[in-house]
Design a protein around this ligand. Structure first.
Ligand code: NAD
Ligand code: UGA
Length: 465
């Protein structure tokens, strides 16, 4: 199979942008083009202010853009021009019809497949970069081969495992790259072309090949396992709060078992992000479709515990602040779903803000990267007049009864909490939803300190704990 040294990616989002930037950097002989239906997004990729905040991304884009990295909205020409096509369009949870709230919404994927089919004038390798239900490649092949026009299409699965906030590091030094193909002659040829692209910078032993269904399923399972660790540690955090055990000590002791490993065991207010919940629900839906209800129930528990953890966090605030939050001003430190990203999709801060507003609190929100998204995520509640986005954390805390750490931004570890304490209403409360602050020091300053999976430190008698 002799192909042009040209790569196209359809979908210029959190995955498409960074992955293609890294490919362009390491494969200078390839011309890499990224297209999107969202013109604003493409304009932003071509501007000084990229649409995605990721440490290290801007440097690479600045270096490669205009050389071998191009952002365009001319999808038709791009499809004609490129024979290697990654597809990284969004696959959100379906919000309508059969499987509503559980299954993956494949409309963007299918539209893309049809676009490829309509504009292709030569054979193509189509690479699933989006996270998809197992067996999607089969549906894609059926659509792509529906016209019988002599053009052949090989579909590969190449799921992406990067995490936001560390995307560039993850892409530069991946634990593994996974490529799944159909076991046909052309399928294997297509796979080898993709292996060669990654081999420009990824050691060969880290490039795994698999059958296409294993590859599709592995992505869902990897996310389910990761989320399961967090729900496991969060479930135990609730028990710690009742028993004077300390979740940090428990996580450490458990994680030092090399069979378990120490990463991803930080108790928190709950996991967020665009994928964990959606991918687990997708897995659950698939299991139910195959009548594997016990398996489905098992994984659904991971999402249930996550919802419980977020609810529990607000309930702790309510009970510790004398059972009423009405009219109280509460500052949420962090709106992004994790540090080092401006992404707020499924951020636990959204649910916490909604619960607090439901309790009639005044909610101040601060975040170094994600403040613009407050209108997007809480738009339906803006007319309560009780949502106050403020970028400076000191200003945000002023006059508040409580502050709650929602995102583990490094910045929040370095603030002058003495100054913050004196600007707040007393008694003052801190709810550390990420366990990142020095709780003893805060307590000594006069704060009543509540964290995840540890006994509260209060200046009241035990009857108010
Ligand atoms: P995103 O919403 O940021 O980007 C998707 C882009 O695709 C959007 O800009 C949208 O306009 C575009 N698009 C949709 N339909 C299109 C079409 N027909 N033609 C051209 N463009 C189209 O999503 P994302 O976060 O980049 O995720 C993409 C996929 O990657 C999802 O399946 C997700 O599960 C998976 N994934 C995401 C991450 C992550 O960290 N965000 C990591 C691994 C895998
Ligand atoms: C996650 C996976 O880590 C990636 O491998 C995967 O590619 C990606 O989903 C995806 O498919 O979208 P991401 O959601 O970007 O990446 O970020 P994570 O670092 O996994 O964090 C997810 C959430 O879990 C965040 O809210 C984070 O704060 C929380 N978390 C993480 C904890 O509460 N405790 C931990 O120990 C780790």
């Amino acid at each position: 199979m002799e192909l042009k040294k040209k790569i196209l990616c359809i979908g210029a989002g959190y995955v498409g942008g960074p992955t293609m930037a890294v490919i362009a950097k390491h494969c200078p002989e390839y011309q890499v083009t990224i297209v999107d239906i969202n013109n604003e997004r493409i304009a932003a990729w071509n501007s000084e202010e990229l649409p995605v905040y990721e440490p290290g991304l801007e440097e690479i884009v600045r270096q490669q853009r205009g050389k071998n990295l191009f952002f365009s909205n001319d999808i038709e020409t791009a499809i004609k021009d490129n024979d290697i096509i990654f597809v990284s369009v969004n696959t959100p949870t379906k919000a309508y019809g059969e499987g509503k709230g559980m299954a993956a919404d494949l409309q963007y994927w299918e539209k893309t497949a049809r676009q490829i089919l309509n504009h292709a004038e030569s054979s193509k390798i189509v690479i699933e970069k989006s996270t998809l239900p197992v067996k999607t490649a089969l549906a894609m092949e059926r659509i792509l081969h529906s016209q019988n026009n002599g053009i052949s299409f090989d579909v590969l699965s190449n799921p992406e495992f990067m995490a936001e906030g560390s995307a560039i590091d993850d892409l530069e030094k991946p634990d593994r790259v996974l490529i799944g193909c159909q076991e046909t002659e052309t399928g294997c040829q297509a796979r080898d072309i993709l292996v060669d692209i990654y081999a420009h910078w990824v050691p060969r032993e880290k490039i795994l090949t698999a059958n296409i269904w294993s590859s599709e399923l592995s992505k869902l399972v990897a996310n389910a396992f990761l989320a399961q660790r967090i729900s496991s540690v969060n479930a135990i955090s609730a028990l710690c709060e009742k028993t004077e055990a300390d979740i940090a000590e428990v996580s450490r002791a458990v994680g030092l078992d090399s069979r378990i490993g120490s990463k991803f065991l930080n108790a928190s207010v709950g996991f967020g992000g665009s994928c964990f919940k959606k991918d687990i629900l997708n897995l659950v839906y698939l299991c139910r479709a195959y009548d594997l209800n016990e398996v489905a129930d098992y994984w659904e528990g991971v999402v249930r515990i996550n919802d419980y953890q977020k609810k529990r966090f607000v309930l702790n605030m309510l009970t510790s602040m004398f059972n009423t939050l009405a009219g109280k001003r509460i500052a949420l430190f962090g709106f992004a779903f994790k540090a080092d990203t401006g992404d707020t999709r499924e951020s636990p801060a959204i649910d916490v803000a909604r619960h607090l507003l439901g309790e009639m609190a005044e909610v101040v929100i601060t975040d170094p990267q994600a403040l613009d998204n407050v209108h997007l995520e809480l738009g339906d509640l803006l007319d309560t007049g009780r949502i106050h986005p403020i970028s400076d954390p000191y200003e945000a805390a002023k006059g508040c009864h409580a502050l709650a750490i929602m995102t583990e931004w490094g910045l929040y570890k370095q603030l002058d909490y003495e100054k913050i304490f004196h600007s707040m209403v007393h008694p003052s409360f801190i709810f550390d939803g990420r366990n990142i602050l020095d709780h003893n020091r805060l307590y000594e300053m006069g704060f009543n300190v509540y964290s995840i999976g540890k006994m509260p430190m209060t200046h009241f008698g035990t009857e108010l704990l």
